[in-house]
Design a binder for this molecule. Sequence first.
Ligand SMILES: C[S@@+](CC[C@H](N)C(=O)[O-])C[C@H]1O[C@@H](n2cnc3c(N)ncnc32)[C@H](O)[C@@H]1O
Ligand SMILES: [Zn+2]
Length: 260
Amino acid sequence: MGHTDRNEGRTAYSAIPSDLVKRRAAMRDRDARLLMARLATYSPFDRLLQNCGKEHDPGIDSTPEWQVWTNRPTTPDQLAIEEQLEHLITASSCVLHVGVGNSSLGRRFAPRVAAVVGTTLHDEERILSENEGIENYAVVRANKYSEDMDRIAGQFNFVLDNNPATFACCVFHFCRMMIAYLDLLRSEGVFLTAQPGWGWVVRGNDPNWSFGWNEWALLGEILRMPVSRVTNSVYSMQRSPDSGIDHQHSAFDVHDAQRG
Ligand SMILES: C[S@@+](CC[C@H](N)C(=O)[O-])C[C@H]1O[C@@H](n2cnc3c(N)ncnc32)[C@H](O)[C@@H]1O
Ligand SMILES: [Zn+2]
C-alpha cells in the first residue's frame, strides 16, 4: 500500500471508488454474519446481544470520561503492544492503529516505518495528531464497528487495537470489525491486542464483553488465523493465505477451540 506521507494517507482513505466500497461492504457483512453464526453456540457470545439493529454509529460511546484521550496517558495495554512492536517492525512496515488516543504510538513508530495510519472516533484526537505534524502518520475518523472501515485503503503488516470489545454494542458489529481487520491485513500480517484492554468493558456496557485468551483462541480458530501469546498479556493473530471464514465449514467442527 502506498501511504508514504500524511496527505497520501488521507487521500487514500477517501479516494476508493464507491462501487468498490459497496462490494467490500457486502462481502464483509456476509462474512460477519457467518462468523456470528459460528460463535452463536459458545459462551460468552451466546449471552451477548446478537444484533443491535443500528445502521449508523454502532458501538457504545456514551461515557464522557472514556471518550477523548488527548490529555490522558497511554494505557498499560497499549504500551505492552508497543514494546512487542519494537521487535516486529521493519522500515517497510505499514501499521494500522485503531483508537489512537494521545498519538503516542504514532510519535514513537511512524518516523521509523513506511506508514502508520490511525483511526479515532473523536475529532479532537485527529486534530491533535495533525497539529503534531508527525512524519508518515495520518489519522482518520472511523468507527471500527461500522462501514467506515471499508473506506480505508490498502493492507497492513500490523493492525493494533487494545480495546476491540470494550465499546462493542452487539455480536454482529463486533464480528464486522473482526472481518474488517482480517481483510486489512496483508498475508503474514499480524493483529495484536493485549490484556487488560481485551478484558476491559466500558461502564454501562454488558460485562460479558470482558474477554480473555479463550475468546481470542476461538476467534482465531474460526477465522483460520493462528494465534499466539506473544507475552503473558499480548496476543497475536496472524493472517495466512488460508485465513478467512470457511464458507463450507460446520459450526460443530470448532467445538474444541475454546479449550486452549
Ligand atoms: C480508552 S481510549 C485508548 C486510547 C489508546 N489506544 C490507549 O490505549 O492509550 C479509547 C480509544 O478508542 C477510540 N474508540 C472508541 N470507540 C471507538 C470506535 N467505535 N471506533 C474506533 N475507535 C474508537 C477512542 O477514540 C480512543 O482513541
Ligand atoms: Zn451493534
